[in-house]
Design a protein around this ligand. Structure first.
Ligand code: ZN
Length: 248
């Protein structure tokens, strides 16, 4: 990919020549794309490989975070690649690109380096996201994270119900010193779509206002969400280490 980026950099920007050359390389990169997709798939959440933007749909498309239309030089730059679902890629994000005028920061959460919970709050009353920052609000808007037609809120609600069942299984396994049941429960947690719901539950459960904010959470579930052993096994800390060398 570095070699291809080098080749692109030699092309003139004028007249769209660089962009045209990069597009052609990308469209014909049959030797690069399968490997790229395979590495991204290992990083995507859920057993089916869920979308790195919305977390709910199966990821099918290699997406350029900074669109090739904006900077052709980013066509083959590793951290600029994500694995996302068709709707996020083709219907919502598309070639959208906008940065904060002062900081130059993109107004879209970058799953490879941003902590999404700095920018987004999952409201467990309606399973919609609220933006905590300008970047968060813009991300919700661009990706349509709360749009009824995407049915993401319904998916998040279902995920939360499943998580409660799995937590009870995990706890029963622990009481019976049944490590296999505990391991299976954790595999179900990690394998299901909407990893964001589980991570939001873990984070909100330890806030001072948790009993109010998560008032419909059964008390035994709230206790489990605060359990140190479970948190150590499943809480994802940011920033993530996403270099491909780390995976091998
Ligand atoms: Zn998506």
């Amino acid at each position: 990919m570095a070699l291809l980026t080098g080749r692109i950099s030699l092309r003139d920007v004028a007249g769209g020549l660089r962009k045209k050359y990069a597009d052609n390389l990308w469209d014909n990169a049959s030797d690069v794309k399968p490997a790229l997709r395979a590495v991204l798939l290992r990083m995507a959440p859920g057993v089916l490989g869920c979308c790195m933007y919305c977390g709910g749909y199966t990821a099918t498309d290699i997406e350029h975070f900074e669109p090739r239309e904006h900077d052709a030089l980013k066509t083959f730059v590793w951290p600029n690649h994500l694995l996302v679902c068709g709707p996020c890629n083709s219907t919502y994000k598309r070639d959208w690109w906008q940065c904060d005028e002062e900081s130059g920061e993109p107004l879209l959460i970058d799953p490879t380096r941003d902590n999404p919970f700095t920018h987004l709050w999952l409201d467990f009353r309606d399973y919609e996201y609220r933006g905590l920052t300008r970047k968060g609000r813009s991300t919700i808007e661009v990706l349509g994270l709360n749009l009824p037609e995407r049915r993401l809120a319904a998916g998040r609600e279902l995920a939360r119900r499943n998580i409660r069942t799995v937590l009870r299984d995990w706890d029963r396994g622990r009481q019976q010193a049944d490590e296999t049941s505990m391991r299976h429960a954790l595999a179900v947690l990690e394998g299901q779509p909407f990893a964001d719901v589980w991570q939001a539950m873990l984070r909100q459960a330890v806030l001072p206002g948790a009993p109010v904010v998560m008032s419909d959470e059964p008390p035994e579930i709230l206790t489990l969400l605060r359990d140190e052993e479970l948190r150590a096994a499943t809480l994802i800390e940011f920033p993530l280490e996403l270099a491909p060398s780390e995976e091998n």
